[in-house]
Design a protein around this ligand. Structure first.
Ligand SMILES: Nc1ncnc2c1ncn2[C@@H]1O[C@H](COP(=O)(O)OP(=O)(O)OP(=O)(O)O)[C@@H](O)[C@H]1O
Ligand SMILES: [Mg+2]
Length: 348
């Protein structure tokens, strides 16, 4: 295939690692032609978190129709595809297996390559969808339900983790705080909504603010919020939930912006990006925008819908692997957990 044709490759992206059945069609790793998402979140609300069996069943029900809708929306045919990219890990095993099995069958049926995509590399690649000109090197903040890290993306392949969480991920802290405040699942958006009505008046620990290099720690902050709520309950005191949510959000997110921009400054990197569900948080986006202006850095943020799980980011990362000829075979299996360093080095 001529190089110019390769650069325009059309990728079918499939993501089923958690509670979103997502299917995308992306050209050249950047141009979104179709973006279908079926969320099973409403089915999990009454359980307060994702029930893997239910998520897997809904993926099975939804995936074929979502794929058909994607092709119809883009007005293209399966024969036009260059490759099928699928999240193989990390995530809920049963949920991943639905996408992996579907993608294998699809790729086999149309005789096109299968590309195995790591979900975390997908979150990082979401920034490419936001700006056609974005090229490494850049400094990225990965802030999701399972990860919190500052990563120096030196090239499409070379990623250096400068710091990561020593305990809980920031998204996980949002989810736990939501639970103790009695807010509905998914926790992050609920806390953000409530925080908008409050003030930053509760003094909470800002863990590893100046210390710990580029590392983070969220368990102390989470525990401080839980203790605050329990102490108030024991004393029968009423407390301002919105103020607590606002104070928690401020403590949790300021440290991310501080360390991200310090890393960019110290490494002499001019472009900064972010990815993962927490990067959809409006307050964090404002913090990053202000900081970028002050420090004269270029900030590229994926649209909110491409921060949380989606298939466009999987096609964007799939495209990078496609250009390298990094194809999977039909023995591809799903993986529930993959250490961050392995994920970034594309070690399956
Ligand atoms: N507006 C928001 N404010 C804060 N947190 C948010 C917001 N929206 C989503 N989140 C958080 O983002 C997380 C979900 O993001 P994402 O889908 O990337 O995580 P995941 O796929 O579960 O984890 P990972 O990508 O690390 O495997 C949840 O913890 C959720 O609470
Ligand atoms: Mg995710």
């Amino acid at each position: 295939m001529r190089d110019v044709e390769k650069r325009d490759a059309l990728i079918l992206g499939i993501e089923t690692s958690c509670d979103e059945t997502a299917v995308s069609l992306v050209r050249g790793g950047r141009k979104i032609l179709a973006d279908e998402i079926v969320s099973s979140a409403p089915e999990h609300i009454r359980f307060g978190g994702v029930v893997p069996e239910i998520a897997s069943r809904i993926h099975t029900d939804a995936i074929l129709d979502a794929t058909r809708r994607a092709f119809a929306a883009a007005g293209i045919r399966a024969e036009d595809l260059d490759a099928v990219a699928v999240t193989y890990g990390a995530g809920l095993l049963g949920a991943l297996l639905v996408g992996v099995s579907f993608a294998k069958a699809y790729a086999y049926a149309i005789g096109k390559p299968l590309v195995a995509v790591n979900h975390i590399r997908g979150h990082i690649a979401a920034a490419y969808l936001a700006n056609e000109e974005l090229r490494p090197p850049f400094m990225t903040l990965l802030a999701s339900g399972g990860h919190t890290a500052i990563i120096h993306v030196k090239s499409y392949e070379e990623h250096e983790v400068l710091g990561s969480t020593l305990d809980d991920a920031v998204g996980e802290a949002f989810d736990k705080v939501a639970r103790v405040l009695g807010l509905p699942y998914p926790g992050g958006p609920s806390v953000e909504r409530l925080a908008r009505e409050g003030k930053n008046t509760v003094s909470l620990p800002r863990m590893l603010k100046g210390a710990g290099g580029y590392d983070f720690s969220y368990s102390g902050l989470k525990t401080a919020v839980i203790n605050f709520v329990h102490t108030a309950a024991q004393k029968g005191e009423d407390f301002g939930k919105a103020d607590l949510a606002c104070s928690f959000q401020s403590a949790a997110l300021n440290v991310l912006a501080d360390k991200l921009f310090r890393a960019a400054r110290e490494r002499g990197v001019n472009t900064v990006t972010a990815g993962g569900g927490v990067a959809a948080n409006g307050y964090l986006r404002e913090l990053l925008t202000e900081r970028a202006e002050r420090e004269k850095k270029t900030l590229i943020l994926p649209e909110k819908r491409y921060c949380t799980d989606n298939a466009c980011m999987i096609a964007a990362e799939g495209y990078i692997q496609y250009l390298k000829g990094n194809f999977a075979d039909l023995m591809l299996n799903a993986k529930a957990s993959i250490p961050l360093k392995n994920a970034l080095n594309n070690l399956h």
